[in-house]
Design a protein around this ligand. Structure first.
Ligand code: ZN
Length: 435
């Protein structure tokens, strides 16, 4: 395994407490690598041989590479920037019994118990009113100002038999002794480089402050907050940046709001991807026929982490289709098409991996456990093309601290780089050639 890759991932996750920060850090990686930033609001002039990127809502990002030979089908690697967490409500501060607490609500479906008894950070974005401008600025408060305390076993004797946690009652973090909460707005304003009176709005979240680390007797595992899906987002950005230019248009798409169903203006179930692809076609002088034909000849790999078999509960996983950490890139299958993979798209992707020397493994849920969903099948409803759902095997998905295989990051970077560099020609419906 490549320790430089792992340290890059660890730095990225530690510096990305929210989707806003993840997208800002991805944008910085891409711009450093030569991507020219675009604004959706402006007209685009695109040049052959150049890379571009744009964001929507500061929380989704798309980058693309125009080939020297001009307009061509797309090769898209997709993932998501958000992770389950708690969001501060608009009027969030509460006081009583000697404490100042925050009123928060769930963002996505986390394992709530894992958020208890952990020092938590506060991060997100605030709106600064200055002159006639209302500007969104990212904030990440120093340290870990919040903690959600458990009840002691002595007043909750059934705690080890399973506790029902109510988000409205049990999950409100303490941020100060009562009276000390007056510094909260100053801390937030200071983090935004503004005065408290200039803050007119906020999208703020609690985040786990644990730093990403290696574990296992031989360093074979990693643990970090938000591995789902920042591990795939980081891997796909590294693969996009490292891939040699090819005949098709490489696209990196990292969407917000997967954890709440993708149905927002910047999510996978929005116009974002389809509009960007159409604008690329228009800017490169392609007509509607050429665009539709190129979409049908495009290919998407949607990368979102997968469930590694749990050593204490192997019975929760399908007997013949379970996957393990460090076993390579997971290709996901589901009869109800919660995953976009089909026999042909999966075979193409696995062949690309085989050629690149990257191991793959196949995953399906138990038939009596519905499993999760992801964004691949949603994205291709909006921009229809052959697609495969992939991921990396991890434990404790949606825990505040998740674990994965230390060798698998390199597997995903290698697989997606090979995917961008491969010549995958959709010759006709039912026939794809790999050159
Ligand atoms: Zn995910």
């Amino acid at each position: 395994m490549d320790m430089n890759d792992l340290h890059g991932l660890f730095g990225f996750i530690d510096a990305s407490p929210t989707a806003f920060h993840a997208v800002e850090n991805l944008r910085a990686m891409l711009v450093n690598a030569g991507c020219e930033p675009l604004e959706e609001r402006a007209a685009w002039r695109l040049e052959p041989g150049k890379d571009y990127c744009l964001t929507r809502n500061q929380s989704s990002i798309i980058a693309f590479r125009v080939p020297e030979s001009g307009f061509a089908p797309f090769r898209i690697a997709a993932s998501h920037s958000d992770s389950p967490c708690f969001k501060l409500k608009p009027e969030s501060l509460r006081r009583g019994d000697g404490y100042a607490t925050l009123n928060v609500e769930k963002y996505g479906g986390m394992l709530m118990s894992t958020w208890l008894d952990r020092p938590l950070g506060i991060a997100g974005r605030v709106i600064v009113a200055r002159g006639d401008g209302l500007e969104a600025r990212l904030v990440n408060l120093d340290g870990a100002p919040a903690l959600i305390p458990n009840l002691p076993i002595h007043v909750n004797r059934d705690a080890n038999d399973g506790v029902a946690l109510n988000a409205q009652v049990d999950m409100l973090p303490v941020v100060a002794a009562e009276g000390g909460e007056t510094s909260l707005l100053d801390r937030i304003a200071g983090a935004a480089g503004a005065e408290a009176g200039e803050i007119v709005g906020a999208d703020l979240y609690l985040c786990n402050r644990d730093r990403a680390s290696v574990w296992g007797l031989n360093g074979e595992f990693i643990a970090a907050p938000r591995l789902d899906d920042l591990e795939c987002a980081y891997a796909s950005a590294r693969a996009f940046i490292g891939a040699k230019p090819s005949r098709h248009i490489d696209v990196l798409a990292v969407f917000d709001n997967e954890e709440v169903g993708s149905g927002t203006r910047q999510g996978a179930d929005s116009t974002l991807l389809a509009e960007v692809l159409r604008r690329i076609a228009l800017a490169l002088g392609a007509g509607p026929q050429e665009l539709e034909a190129s979409l049908a000849g495009s290919f998407m790999a949607s990368a979102d982490n997968a469930h590694a078999v749990h050593p204490n509960h192997p019975e929760k996983y399908d007997a013949g289709n379970r996957v393990r950490m460090n076993g390579g890139v997971v290709v996901k299958f589901n009869a109800a098409q919660k995953y976009a993979s089909d026999a042909l798209s999966a075979a193409v992707f696995e062949a690309v991996c085989r050629r690149a020397g990257v191991p793959t493994q196949r995953f399906a849920n138990r038939s009596d456990i519905p499993g999760g969903s992801t964004l691949g099948n949603i994205a291709v409803r909006r921009a229809s093309m052959p697609a495969v759902d992939i991921g990396l095997a991890q434990l404790a998905m949606h825990s505040a601290l998740e674990s994965a295989g230390a060798a698998d990051l390199g597997h995903m970077i290698g697989a997606l780089r090979a995917f961008h560099e491969a010549e995958i020609d959709v010759e006709r419906d039912g026939l794809i050639r790999l050159r």
